[in-house]
Design a protein around this ligand. Structure first.
Ligand SMILES: [Zn+2]
Length: 449
């Protein structure tokens, strides 16, 4: 009799457990051409660049606080076994980002905007979930199905020292709209749910994460320009409801992880030296030293479908694979910062019956419309690049580097398919030092046909 009761109880438990499992969706990494080791290697390379070029805060108190929250989350099974690191970046934008393999960066603006420690932990858990689910390299894999396998095999064999450099050749980097950091709505939903499980286990109330994202959404609606988190992490909709449903399947937990230190930490952040003022339309307040971004004088090769050229080996290729515009810039150009130092390479359709001069004038008008501070300081003169007729125009405009002017050198080439152009951008004080580098890049341009 007792025996039978026990069997009945066991069956009941099984039924209950399986119905709970049926509701709690398994969340796993998707298709991926990269190995986990490559995620980690790539993340390390990008993190080293970011730390050289972005204003990383070195403050023992703030650092200890961030590590404490990060460790609590990263030690949960949902985080996978990645070598997470947590760094604070001085930036007013309410944002955070995590690179493949674990390096996680939190903006001071995020800490300032959080109402509770659990909200801050929520954004971090969400970022950690993107790492554990390998969303960055999953998206890169899907975008570059044809070229990647061979390139990654090559880098495994050690032909290439830098994985980031290998990826840059096919247009994968950390720039605005990078496939590595701008996620799909499905990825967002998964990161919310996995992040919620991670938070719960670490002792934070998961609903705080969803509430914070909804708050950001509302702020965007009110015109707050600092909610850049949402442009990389698009709202999958009904976040609070989805997380509430998830919580029903989580073990009952007392949420006791909050240290109550957030107000003190927020005060310390206010006490940090004032970052340089943003200029113009730039939403980014980080303002690195232009000299740190100066081209190295050593070159890497960009190999696109239609065009190949050399570019400074301490710059990165930004932009979406397959698009007809490539931006090569220091890694500090991440996240919509205006470009103070860059090379833009692009094709534009030229209407029929338009000659090089007229096409160039149209392009200059377009550029001036986008940036009204741009003035021609040296009118177009003829040049020749690799047998193609071209024109060089020198313009100047306000630089995103505080108080500086910049030189914008526009080179247009008459190509059978339309107008091909390069824009070299440098702070005016830096320009004499890099003029020769720009000349070398220009002479390295080769076309596929
Ligand atoms: Zn996200």
């Amino acid at each position: 009799m007792r025996y039978r009761v026990r069997i009945f109880a066991a069956i009941l438990l099984l039924v209950l457990a399986s119905s709970a499992l049926a509701q709690q969706r398994a969340i796993k990494p998707g298709f991926n051409l990269f190995s986990k080791e490559q995620d980690i290697q790539m993340g390390r390379e990008y993190a080293a660049q970011i730390e050289r070029q972005m204003p990383v805060v070195r403050n023992a108190e703030l650092d200890a606080y961030l590590q404490r929250i990060g460790r609590k989350l990263a030690s949960q099974p949902e985080a996978g076994n990645y070598p997470y690191t947590f760094k604070l970046v001085r930036d007013k934008n309410i944002n955070a980002f995590a690179l493949p393999g674990g390096p996680t960066f939190v903006h001071t603006g995020l800490i300032a905007a959080a109402e509770t420690e659990a909200q801050l932990a929520g954004v971090m858990a969400h970022e950690i979930a993107h790492v554990a689910l390998r969303h960055g390299t999953n998206q890169a894999s899907k975008a570059q199905l044809i070229q990647l396998p061979a390139m990654l095999a090559g880098s495994l064999l050690g032909d290439s020292g830098s994985l980031a450099g290998t990826l840059a050749q096919i247009g994968i980097g950390l720039g605005a709209n990078s496939v590595l950091l701008k996620y799909s709505r499905n990825a967002e939903r998964d990161a919310d749910l996995l992040g919620a499980r991670m938070m719960s286990r670490a002792g934070y109330n998961p609903i705080e994460m969803a509430r914070f994202f909804e708050k950001l959404q509302a702020e965007t609606g009110k015109g707050n320009a600092f909610t850049s988190f949402l442009s990389d992490h698009p709202n999958p909709g009904d976040r609070v409801k989805a997380v509430q449903e998830e919580i029903r399947y989580l073990p009952r937990n007392k949420y006791t992880a909050d240290t109550g230190e957030l107000p003190r930490i927020q005060k310390s952040i206010q006490g940090l030296p004032e970052p340089p003022k943003p200029r113009g339309q730039s939403r980014n307040t980080g303002n690195p030293d232009p000299a740190a971004s100066r081209p190295s004088g050593r070159f890497k090769q960009f190999q696109g479908r239609e065009v190949a050229f050399q570019y400074p080996d301490n710059w990165e290729v930004h932009g979406e694979p397959g698009s007809d515009q490539v931006t090569v810039a220091p890694v500090s150009a991440v996240f919509g910062q205006q470009l103070g130092y860059a090379l833009i390479v692009s094709f534009s359709e030229m209407p029929r019956n338009t000659d090089l001069r007229a096409g160039t004038e149209q392009l200059l008008k377009q550029l001036q419309k986008e940036n009204p501070s741009m003035k021609v300081t040296q009118t177009a003169r003829r040049t020749e690049v690799n047998k193609y007729q071209g024109m060089v125009t020198r313009l100047e405009s306000d630089s995103p580097y505080t108080g500086a002017r910049e030189v914008d050198l526009v080179v247009t080439l008459d190509r059978p398919g339309g107008l091909f152009f390069l824009v070299f951008i440098a702070p005016d004080k830096e320009y004499p030092a890099v003029q020769r580098t720009f000349e070398q890049i220009l002479q390295s341009v080769r076309f596929a046909n």
